[in-house]
Design a protein around this ligand. Structure first.
Ligand SMILES: [Zn+2]
Ligand SMILES: [Zn+2]
Ligand SMILES: [Zn+2]
Ligand SMILES: [Zn+2]
Length: 229
């Protein structure tokens, strides 16, 4: 839905507010990230290729992540990461593709190094019924040591999109599923802490708390939308 200018995010290292396109430029200047890299170079980790990925919901560009993925990591670990931070509701099937539905399937045992190259875009499909579609674009790589023992590191993430209450236009923190499914007008689905109390709808259950995920309100998804590590 249109929400004005692009939704910015924050650097996971210094907390600075940045746009999705300025993440790479920011990291070069980010003293916290640079310190982290220097510390990593003294570790016993191997030198390897680390891929920088821009992840975004295919239909709602307000939701985006920038990740660093180790070259020897299979795509299954990226699937796990996306499930944890954005998608997992009831253990649905998922797959990576080039081209989305009807495109080329890319197996989850494939490693980052044998899959990624400059400009590649994978589309990840989660749940073949109420599908969440996520684009993963390769925006760069570095040769060096990983900053942690985990296969993936979060470099930046969108800020929670600001929604307003359908009643009073104050900041909202709840989503009414009945409004979402039955009211056609975008944006008239949200409620503030006050107006959620007297909201009459419960056809699809009680209103759910807003979390920072593009899957909110799809299938049974209610969060927590937290990174796995
Ligand atoms: Zn920073
Ligand atoms: Zn589900
Ligand atoms: Zn309100
Ligand atoms: Zn409602």
């Amino acid at each position: 839905m249109p929400r004005g200018p692009e939704n910015p995010g924050t650097c996971a290292y210094c907390g600075k507010v940045i746009t999705k396109r300025s993440v790479s430029k920011h990291l070069v200047k980010c003293s916290k990230w640079q310190e982290t890299l220097v510390a990593a170079e003294t570790s016993s980790q191997p030198v390897e290729t680390l891929w920088h990925l821009r992840v975004q919901d295919a239909y709602d560009k307000d939701f985006w992540l920038v990740l660093e993925m180790r070259g020897q990591t299979p795509l299954a670990k990226l699937d796990d990461y996306l499930r944890a931070i954005w998608l997992e509701c009831c253990g649905h099937l998922s797959e990576f593709t080039i081209g989305g539905w009807g495109g080329i399937r890319v197996g989850k045992s494939r490693k980052a190094n044998s899959t990624f190259g400059p400009g590649l875009v994978l589309r990840h499909l989660y749940d073949f019924g109420t599908t969440s579609e996520t684009d993963i674009k390769v925006v760069g790589f570095r040769e060096g040591k990983a900053t942690s023992k985990h296969p993936i590191a979060l470099l930046a993430r969108n800020r929670m999109p600001e929604m307003v209450c359908q009643e009073c236009e104050q900041p909202a923190s709840w989503l009414c599923l009945e409004c979402l499914y039955e009211v056609d007008e975008p944006g008239m689905w949200f409620l503030c802490d006050e107006h959620v109390k007297e909201h009459p709808h419960n056809e699809y259950g009680e209103p759910i708390a807003l979390v920072n995920s593009p899957r909110l309100g799809m299938c049974g998804y209610t969060g927590p939308a937290e990174p796995p590590y």
